[in-house]
Design a protein around this ligand. Structure first.
Ligand code: ME8
Length: 525
């Protein structure tokens, strides 16, 4: 009986075409999903677009389009990017879908009936671009003449040229005076702290979790969940003059896709989110779920941010690195390797094409590629007959066992960088083993044939194991490999969740002809 595994990407806004930053979160989720699938789990992997936003309405207006046709185009572009990157999602959902509207309205009603949602009139600053309310402390001063910004703590006098703006968008927030509905987050403080305490791995990496806990302990404020001026969105069931925005509207998407009567995927095993939205996922979201009587997600994996060539990714430069173009220019494997292996998820970093190519050449073209070539050359010279017996080198066998152990630990804890690194470091060991044993010299001596055969099978068994572990990261290339070496139905078997079974097989593979290098080196322009 298979366990269910449910993983999600963030719910992306539609006023962007996904850029390399979005591709980062999605490729992480896709890799984890694939590993879970080949490890005998029934996987649901959802991705989405967050459509009911004021930003989308403004973008459509700018383009002189009606909102819905604009959203259709943008949803299509999102899908096009994920399909272009061969992302294996099982659900793609839009927040404008009817099933989502109905579900959100039912949840809102539940929380309203519990007195967790109440009405209040207030005046506040609001940045449309963040879709978030701002306090004075959240803003910076902007000198319109010099375009310089400086902190609000400077207590400068506001003049025509010096204005208060949102630090991320450099725009003056709107002043909003409205009667809105609020969610009683303050009522959930103790319950949340109790959940954090009982689930010490709820948010990883732990630094972010500590911030979440400290923030909660400082005291939580209720937050607004509806707008009376917006007309585009999900109408509140208890006040049709207002629409809900961002929180109920976006987050409950994670549950809308779990409403099929014949599936049971909730609670989610893993939400993958960026550090910008961790508070909403680790504080607001669980509180809203508790209010509506749902179980809480098991874990949230938080990623940091990257810049491109030192610049913050913004709409004006997003085309510089379009993930589909990039993976067509080089390869999807190069993109995956660079995103997942070069940096820890808990640090900000710069996306540098030069470094991406270097990493690919070193790890896939040289380390793995050369070893594969060596095996090809060796086996063609050996001219192997069927029915051979062989023994794996004991030292390598120990290294292999500890490698598989480490790999499993890393990938089961979603540490993809470590899973890749441990694979490449094991390949280093194998390359060293080949250098030391020099089978190409031994092969000239007929009396050493048995020894060479053992060396060959030691390498090939090691490679077979590494390939299966790399399958979650580079499925197409590994599939190509399995086919070339006559382990033809391997990919199908893996896709049929048979990783463990294949791992324990002692398999002999055949190479019958020389082939082109698997991972071609890229020259740097
Ligand atoms: O925030 N580096 O959507 P969004 C790494 N709809 N990751 C990046 C990145 C970068 N430069 N830029 C974006 C939203 N991301 C809302 C969420 S929840 C109530 C609603 C990734 O389209 C990262 O995962 O702005 C980040 O959290 C997500 O995209 C934000 O996507």
């Amino acid at each position: 009986m298979k366990d269910n595994f449910y993983i999600t990407t963030p719910i992306y806004y539609t006023n962007w075409i996904p850029h390399i930053g979005h591709a980062y979160s999605t490729i992480i989720a896709d890799t984890i999903a694939r590993y879970q699938k080949i490890s005998w789990r029934n996987v649901k992997f959802s991705t989405w677009v967050d459509e009911n936003s004021q930003k989308a309405v403004l973008e459509a207006e700018k383009l002189d389009m009606k909102v819905m046709p604009y959203l259709d185009v943008m949803a299509g572009k999102h899908k096009w990017v994920w399909d272009g990157l061969k992302i294996n999602y099982t659900d793609f959902i839009r927040t404008t879908e009817k099933r989502h509207h109905e579900f959100v309205r039912s949840v809102l009603q539940t929380s309203f009936d519990k007195w967790d949602i109440y009405q209040w009139e207030y005046e506040w600053m609001y940045c449309v671009w963040c879709e978030w309310f701002k306090k004075d402390d959240d803003l910076v001063y902007l000198n319109k003449e010099t375009n310089e910004t400086f902190p609000i703590s400077d207590k400068v006098k506001v003049t025509e040229n010096i204005i208060k703006v949102c630090p991320d968008h450099l725009k003056t927030p709107d002043i909003i005076k409205e009667k809105n509905y609020f969610f009683k987050l303050s009522a959930y403080e103790d319950k949340l702290l109790e959940y954090y305490e009982n689930n010490p791995e709820f948010v990883v990496p732990s630094d972010r979790f500590n911030e979440v806990i400290a923030f909660t302990k400082r005291g939580l404020e209720d937050f607004s969940i509806s707008r009376e001026t917006n007309k585009f969105g999900i109408k509140l069931p208890f006040d049709e003059e207002q629409v809900t925005y961002v929180w109920y509207d976006a987050l409950f998407n994670y549950l809308t896709v779990c409403q099929n009567w014949d599936e049971d995927f909730w609670p989610a095993n893993l939400h993958v989110v960026g550090k910008d939205i961790i508070r909403f996922h680790a504080i607001y979201w669980p509180a809203m779920l508790l209010s509506a009587w749902y179980e809480l997600p098991k874990q949230i994996l938080t990623t940091w941010f990257f810049t491109v060539d030192g610049q913050k990714i913004s709409k004006s430069i997003w085309n510089i690195i379009d993930p589909v173009d990039f993976s067509e220019k080089y390869s999807k494997d190069l993109l995956t390797l660079y995103l997942l292996c070069s940096f820890n998820i808990w640090q900000d970093w710069d996306f540098d094409q030069y470094q991406a190519v270097l990493a690919y050449n070193a790890k896939l073209a040289n380390n793995l590629g050369n070893l594969v070539n060596r095996v090809v050359v060796l086996t063609l010279k050996l001219n192997l007959e069927n029915g051979l017996t062989w023994e794996i080198d004991i030292d390598i066998k120990n290294k292999l066992d500890s490698y598989i152990n480490n790999y499993n630990k890393s990938i089961e804890s979603y540490n993809l960088k470590e899973a890749l690194e441990t694979s490449f470091s094991f390949l280093d060991d194998i390359n060293k083993y080949v250098d030391t044993n020099e089978p190409w010299k031994l092969i000239k001596d007929e009396s050493k044939r048995e020894e060479v055969i053992n060396i060959f099978f030691t390498i090939s068994e090691s490679l077979r194991q590494v390939w299966m572990n790399l399958y979650s990261f580079f499925p197409e290339k590994m599939w190509e490999l399995f086919t070339k070496i006559w382990l033809e139905n391997y990919s199908e078997q893996l896709e049929d969740w048979k990783l463990e079974e294949l791992r324990s097989k002692e398999e002999i593979f055949m190479i019958k002809e020389k082939w082109e290098a698997l991972f071609l080196r890229f020259e740097l322009d």
